[in-house]
Design a protein around this ligand. Structure first.
Ligand SMILES: [Zn+2]
Length: 460
């Protein structure tokens, strides 16, 4: 069998290895989807005569970004200026009641296309009817952690079920050459009963997958846990047994106190930090510095299209950096290297895939992106010397639209800023075709059920 080899080279390469090594005139030898060697273009070219070199001018290479918390969807711009609980009851839950599988699939095509175009190679998507999402990822080429949006409680029986979640695991976990992983998901602990908890934990253990849920996003949740259980949420998680799963990733974790942070630091737990969403829904500012210092892997996530309103991980890293500085005005803020690690290798660790992705190092899957440097916002750019500013520019200046090439598993999916694996205009047209129907059914549901849209904060 002939092996597929190529060398990808650019003006600079950020490895995001343990030393944050940067190589001037850096290059990667990609062989059958795997990073076989990393060095300068001259070194790799000399050692591999006859192997084609793709030399990118005015570009830097870095690992593909890892978006640790996303919801596919197309409510973008239609549910604005509301705090999280009003927003859930008036817009989001009614949408979930009427969503159909073909609409969910159209949303995932849109989400993964946007992600790849902006340099995100791995998407942790909590979404519905995820067979369609898996098919989208299989074709379009991104790496996916599919997490069904499960409600296992009579009040939330319109969400996906644990039966659907298990069927997804059996059909898709580690499929598409290992690009697709399927975890056990729960919208929120209060969307399940005790039997649901037991089954979710047992399922994650038996299939050796991660578990993902939202928690401690809004302050009101902490009161809800104390009212129900007499304890703060992370201690309740510990009692329930969520930390007995192979890995529990908590979305948001805004209101964790020092004792909760110390607790999860000793568990198989991680956090998806969603700064734009937390600002937009007026949720609060997470204690990211304390969580990182305690050793909790904290990744960055955009959250859904309706709470962001885009999937631009460069923007998200910038906001994570800025919000960290705003939060910690008197102590050490999040520095650019740390934030860039959160968007790459620490994010990979938060989802248990740091042995496969997150840095440009031999043996890892070839998930690599190229960012333009010949733009005003990247100028001046110094990849070495006393004025080295590459990491600051990547975090604070670059936009997703500056990504010219996106490679996953050694396959080029975006080239010259264009998606090669699917027709982006057809994806957009499909969403335009199906969106009005979803909005109409939701409006009809709301008209017929006025006053019946309770959320747990008022009903329990
Ligand atoms: Zn979310």
């Amino acid at each position: 069998m002939t092996r597929q080899k190529m060398i990808l080279a650019a003006d600079a390469l950020l490895t995001m290895d343990a030393d944050n090594r940067v190589l001037r005139n850096g290059a990667v030898l990609v062989e059958d989807g795997v990073i076989a060697a990393v060095g300068t273009a001259a070194e790799l070219g000399a050692a591999n005569p006859g192997v084609e070199t793709k030399a990118l001018r005015n570009a830097v290479l870095l690992p593909g970004l890892v978006n640790t918390h996303v919801h596919s969807g197309f409510l973008r711009g239609t549910a604005e200026h509301l705090p999280v609980w009003d927003w859930l009851t008036q817009h989001i839950n009614p949408m979930h009641r009427v969503l159909q599988p073909h609409e969910a699939e159209a949303a995932s095509w849109l989400c993964y296309a946007e992600s790849l175009l902006g340099g995100t190679t791995t998407v942790v998507d909590m979404w519905r009817y995820m067979e369609g999402s898996a098919k989208a990822a299989e074709t379009i080429g991104n790496r996916l952690v599919a997490v069904p949006y499960v409600g296992e409680h009579p009040d939330y029986n319109y969400f996906d079920t644990l039966d659907m979640n298990e069927a997804m695991i059996e059909a898709w976990h580690r499929k598409a050459d290992g690009r697709i992983n399927v975890w056990v998901g729960l919208e929120h602990p209060f969307y399940s009963d005790d039997a649901g908890y037991r089954r979710a934990i047992e399922m994650a253990k038996r299939h050796r997958t991660g578990f993902h849920t939202h928690c401690s996003e809004a302050r009101v949740e902490v009161d809800g846990f104390i009212k129900r259980y007499g304890k703060r949420p992370m201690f309740v998680f510990d009692d329930i047994g969520f930390f007995d799963t192979p890995l529990t990733m908590i979305a948001h974790a805004v209101w964790l106190d020092p004792e909760e942070i110390a607790l999860i630091a000793g568990k198989r737990a991680s956090v998806a930090h969603n700064p734009v969403s937390n600002m937009k829904l007026a949720s609060g500012i997470a204690n990211v510095r304390e969580m990182l210092d305690a050793g909790v892997p904290v990744g960055v996530g955009t959250d859904g299209e309706k709470e962001n309103n885009n999937f631009d991980m460069f923007e998200e890293m910038k906001v994570a950096s800025l919000l960290g500085k705003l939060r910690y005005d008197t102590v050490q803020p999040l520095d650019s290297w740390e934030v860039l690690r959160m968007g790459t290798i620490t994010g990979a660790k938060a989802i248990g895939l740091d042995h496969e992705i997150g840095s440009i190092e031999p043996g890892k899957r070839a998930d690599i992106i190229a960012v333009r440097t010949d733009t005003p916002r990247m100028t001046p750019f110094f990849a070495e010397g006393p004025y080295f500013n590459l990491h600051h520019n990547i975090v604070h200046a670059v936009r997703g639209g500056d990504v010219t090439l996106t490679m996953v598993d050694g396959k080029i999916l975006v080239e010259d800023g264009e998606l090669r694996t699917a027709d982006i205009q057809a994806i957009i047209a499909e969403v335009h075709k199906v969106a009005p129907g979803l909005f109409e059914r939701r409006a009809a549901f709301l008209a017929a059920n006025q006053g019946d849209m309770v959320q747990w904060t008022t009903s329990n």
